[in-house]
Write a protein that binds this ligand. Structure first.
Ligand code: IN0
Length: 320
């Protein structure tokens, strides 16, 4: 179905969509005029579907910092995900990434499609990074350093226990929460949130993605790494891929519900984190992805289709 058809089937979406679209139009005028900033914001729109709209909520200065943070993390992800890079090449890049962002003309070609463009033209991101305030730069550098080291550690290590699962999610998502809290604090708009609450914000989003993407990940060629912890799935099946076979439907759904319950542990912290934000724009920026995640988990819970095809929420604004 075309996007217009999708919207007309749900007329209550029209007003919020228009409102969002108009806010986005307004926000567009505040993008710095230089070409490296134009590149960064156009990349942001290309690599994220909803995040580019959500980020428009923020004050200009903070928004620029979050935009660069997001692109730096996407670039780091692109290196981590590219299965064609040999481990002995990949690991040093991940570990040194936080230094590459200070280098005006560093780049490393990898990834595909829009990610390849991001990697090939990475100098635009580093040039924009170098124009951010010191407080923002330090927050981004610190998180990039810790995330790169964590990713390097998990290149060789599998997610076996629930502790491993939480540790991996901490590196790739919990640290994003810590970094964002630091950026909010550096903007002067918020107090510094406790690390454990910031971490939970990221873990909740990442665990939801890992649950939702089971089939996409298990079917990937070349075989991608899997993040469902053995400690959970081994209670139900002998091999993780057995969950997708029809004869194991009952076990699969039980395992899925176990995973959903594990993700929901972080809800308390997320609500606490959100309740302590003061700035309404920052609140919306943080709340929207959390609400999408709750909706996705509700959709996945007890739903065998997670093992059959894609279970995704309708995102009215995506293709407008
Ligand atoms: C994010 C998070 C994000 C936003 C707001 C507050 C946060 C607080 C703590 C941690 C993360 C927070 O949001 C994005 C949302 C996103 O990118 N959505 C995709 C949709 C999708 O399904 O992939 C989109 O296309 O728009 C998010 O998922 N992550 C993220 C990354 C960087 C930053 Cl700065 C903020 C990724 C992750 C791994 C869940 C943290």
């Amino acid at each position: 179905m075309g996007s217009l058809g999708a919207i007309l089937k749900h007329p209550v979406d029209i007003y919020p969509l228009l409102k969002l679209k108009m806010a986005a139009k307004h926000a567009e005028k505040q993008i710095p005029p230089e070409p490296h900033w134009a590149f960064c914001y156009s990349m942001l729109c290309r690599v994220s579907r909803s995040f580019a709209l959500v980020i428009q909520q923020l004050d200009t200065e903070l928004r620029n910092a979050v935009c660069i943070f997001y692109l730096v993390l996407r670039a780091l992800d692109t290196v981590e995900d590219d299965t064609s890079i040999p481990t002995d090449v990949k690991v040093p890049i991940l570990i040194a990434f936080h230094r590459h962002i200070y280098d005006h003309d560093w780049h490393f070609s990898c990834g595909t499609k829009e990610y390849k463009v991001l990697m090939d033209q990475f100098h635009n991101v580093s040039n924009a990074f170098l124009e951010l305030g010191k407080g923002y730069q330090e927050a981004i550098e610190d998180i990039t350093k810790r995330m790169g080291a964590g990713m390097a550690k998990f290149i060789l290590k599998e997610v076996e226990s629930i502790d491993d699962y939480d540790e991996y999610c901490h590196y790739v998502a919990g640290l994003v929460g810590l970094g964002l809290s630091k950026l909010f604090h550096a903007s002067g708009l918020e107090d510094l949130a406790p690390d454990s609450l910031s971490n939970s914000m990221g873990l909740f989003l990442q665990k939801t993605n890992i649950i939702r993407d089971y089939l996409e990940d298990i079917n990937e060629i070349p075989k991608s790494r899997m993040f469902w912890p053995r400690e959970i799935w081994s209670k139900y099946v002998n091999k993780l891929e057995d969950l997708k076979y029809e004869e194991n439907s009952v076990k699969a759904v039980q395992c899925l519900n176990d995973m959903v319950t594990n993700a929901l542990i972080h809800m308390d912290d997320c609500l606490k984190y959100l309740s302590e934000l003061r700035d309404p724009a920052i609140f919306r920026f943080c709340a929207i992805p959390q609400i999408m995640a709750i909706g996705t988990l509700a959709l996945c819970h007890n739903n065998v289709n997670v093992f059959r095809g894609v279970v995704k929420m309708r995102r009215g604004m995506t293709n407008l």
